[in-house]
Design a protein around this ligand. Sequence first.
Ligand code: MRU
Length: 340
Amino acid sequence: MPTLNTTSLKIRDNQLWILDQQALPQRQIWRLADDVESLVEHILTLRVRGAPLIGLSASLLLALLAERGLSQAQLEQALITLRESRPTAVNLMNNLARMQQALLRPDWVNSMMKEALRLLDEDRILCDSIANHGAALVKSGSRLLTHCNTGGLATVGVGTAIGVILRAHQQGKIDNVWVDETRPLLQGGRLTAWELGELGIPYRLICDSMAATLMAQGQVDSIWVGADRIAANGDVANKIGTYSLAVLAHYHHIPFYVAAPHTTVDPQCPNGAAIPIEQRATSEVTGVSGSFGECHWAPQDAQVYNPAFDVTPATLISGWVLDSGVITPQQVQAGFFQPE
Ligand code: MRU
């Protein structure tokens, strides 16, 4: 496998390294993801995260394991274990389906390596196309709002929603980006704030609960989020808190856009209710932890509800910005995402 260097994935001496996104922004720590167990652990702890990046890291690891001499049966088992590590995002399943096809070919070691590298190249191209289509919707002097992290940390390209923001910034159209901190795991406060700062994009960090007031004050022109899965009826699963933003946007007549590659679309999933939602540890809600330390504020025995994602109904979405272009609500109603 050739040497590889992206914002959050590296291959050195045939070993996969991931940038620990739990340690950012205070520390930049690269961790080895050299077997299925360690990569699954990194995915579960969100050291590697973002729907596209998870799929790509799993594909690269499989290709490396094939090169290292694992049998087809062992690789098949690795595929199954990796597939279960992130139930909501469909990019992982889609990428692994392609890797499984490669595994069935006579020259499967070479095929798997080529397929994993192809997926990486494709991701960069998909991100660029999304950025171009999305930026065309952004008006000059815009104040945008975004949730969670959808940038170069979550993909190997410019990102999805953040890719749009970057492209619009390059076109001189951004006045300010409101960055939701994104409780409970603070991907906005830790990652998006850091990434926008690195990119030189003007932003202001807010607590999630401040978005309503900003909208009421007329300080938000459009809202941009990513997606973990888009169902056949256009419903979208994304980071918890996305749905509340969509409801608020509807009330305040603010356009609400979802930016994602076509690999996030799941035509076999009829609607949002059929999307499995990952439930996560209570400690994420009773406190917070990272390279800055650990803090628990809730009573020891506090009962907790912690769904990692929510579903935004298609009726609240102004446009689905894919690599192929902007899909309108009318197109979605006419069955754009339905299976062929
Ligand atoms: O739990 P995370 O941090 O992986 O959640 C990320 C999101 O919800 C993103 O919006 C989505 O995965 C798309 S990233 C391009």
